[in-house]
Design a protein around this ligand. Structure first.
Ligand SMILES: [Zn+2]
Length: 165
């Protein structure tokens, strides 16, 4: 069996939106859409999302679970973005090394996409840092909050900060 035939068929996972609108109305199924998603833990898979619709509110609902895995309209999961950011900026790996590492996790990604996602990582990190700044100052040294999955990066930042004090 060659490496290209290890995963002959891509895994399909179903994601469902809430059946109930917060207004108390049972939402109806609006549509089902498919997209390819890649996460560090699951590799590449097909996400089949069923959206619902609340007629009185005229509101469309997607799957919260799928939203928590990937940015909207994005293929690569938040964990892939974090993996790239940590590999580039903490472990000082280059794009080709990261590309090869992700390939072992069944994730196909170009060097250009890695570059793009590394910039996205910086944006997320800055936003998460802003949100956590006040909390970080208030907390004792060994108690670090989980800030959007980037907690370990924050821990390193805080430890580096305390070493310079
Ligand atoms: Zn409603």
């Amino acid at each position: 069996m060659s490496a290209t035939h290890l995963f002959p068929e891509r895994l399909s996972l179903h994601f469902h939106a809430d059946k109930w609108c917060p207004c108390g109305t049972a939402a109806t199924i609006r549509k089902t859409s498919r997209k390819i998603v890649a996460t560090v833990n699951a590799g590449e898979f097909e996400a089949i999302e069923t959206q619902t619709f609340c007629k009185p509110c005229q509101q469309i609902f997607g799957s919260d679970e799928l939203r928590s895995l990937t940015p909207q309209r994005g293929k690569f999961g938040f964990d892939v973005i974090e993996y790239i950011g940590r590999s580039l900026f903490v472990q000082c790996r280059n794009e080709l090394e990261i590309q090869a590492e992700l390939a072992t996790r069944d994730i196909t990604i170009s060097a250009r996409e890695i570059g793009f996602l590394s910039k996205r990582f910086i944006v997320y990190l800055a936003l998460a840092h802003q949100q956590c700044q006040a909390e970080l100052r208030r907390l004792p040294e060994n108690h670090i909050p989980d800030c959007a999955g980037f907690s370990s990066v924050f821990k390193e930042r805080k430890q580096a900060h305390s070493r310079t004090m």
